[in-house]
Design a protein around this ligand. Structure first.
Ligand SMILES: C[S@@+](CC[C@H](N)C(=O)[O-])C[C@H]1O[C@@H](n2cnc3c(N)ncnc32)[C@H](O)[C@@H]1O
Length: 254
């Protein structure tokens, strides 16, 4: 990670570190196709270990508050660029694996519904052997690539999980159940990987025979959407290796 990029003109806003570094033109153009007035900035994520080098290209926190009626906000939600936020569950999962690298070290990990690829980047930094960022949105994979470059890690990319060559060791999925249609994906996670952990800030009635509740963490979407308290609690559901995840969550939430 090039620390120099951050030093000269860094402003502290809500503990956000911003840089004068220009966003990648192709990614910025994708955002501005949706809302031409908005822009991407390099943001440091909150609540991660001090030495974490994770910065991501995310929506500038200068955007209008979501609670305010604003035409730009309407356009943004009509065609949400999911990759331009780090969602609460992704941030919580990144925090967990960076604090307890043994959860992913040496494993082949799928970051399913990668968005910005925050989870995959954290897993790679924590020592995963290989990380496959999977997202059906091609712009998300572009964002994932730029973010991986920013963090100095190498990921693999996959747009269709059915093209996976062989099952991975671990499939991580953060905030992908927001769409009810995605609930059926849970039936397949254990055919794509030997074990799986799902983190979700939206679903309150999660029940699936392959998964057990492993605990929860407080988190928030970044930049902060000023969401209500109910969306700031991220629940974790784990298949095999449940005890290890449960113990790590317990320790981190104390
Ligand atoms: C709310 S975002 C979460 C992104 C990231 N995991 C995080 O926590 O910041 C959900 C992401 O899942 C992706 N997604 C939804 N359904 C998917 C599917 N069936 N296969 C792959 N990706 C999917 C979306 O394109 C989007 O990027």
């Amino acid at each position: 990670m090039n620390q120099d990029l951050n030093t000269a003109s860094t402003q502290q806003t809500q503990s956000i570190s911003r840089s004068i570094l220009q966003p990648p033109a192709d990614l910025q153009a994708q955002l501005q196709q949706i809302v031409s007035e908005l822009s991407l900035v390099k943001l440091k994520l909150p609540d991660l270990p001090e030495d974490s080098p994770i910065h991501l290209w995310l929506l500038s926190p200068d955007m209008p508050p979501l609670s305010v009626h604003d035409e730009r906000v309407t356009r943004l939600w009509q065609n949400t660029p999911y990759w331009s936020f780090c969602w609460a569950s992704g941030l919580a999962m990144a925090r967990l694996v960076l604090n307890y690298p043994e959860l992913v070290a040496g494993k082949t990990v799928i970051d399913f519904g990668a968005g910005s690829a925050v989870v995959g980047i954290a897993a790679k930094l924590a020592g995963a052997k290989r990380v496959i960022a999977c997202d059906l949105d091609p712009v998300s994979l572009l964002a994932a690539k730029h973010n991986a470059d920013l963090c100095g890690v190498t990921l693999d990319y996959l747009s269709d999980i059915n093209e996976l060559e062989k099952p991975a060791d671990l499939l991580l999925a953060a905030d992908v159940l927001y769409d009810l249609c995605n609930r059926s994906l849970l039936d397949h996670f254990l055919s794509w990987a030997k074990s799986s952990v799902v983190a979700d800030s939206r679903v309150r009635d999660f029940k699936h025979s392959d998964f057990t509740n492993a605990g929860c963490l407080e988190s928030s979407t970044w930049p902060d959407l000023d969401e209500s308290a109910e969306f700031r609690q991220v629940n974790f559901y784990a298949s095999q290796g449940f005890e290890q995840w449960k113990m790590s969550l317990n320790k981190l939430s104390q």
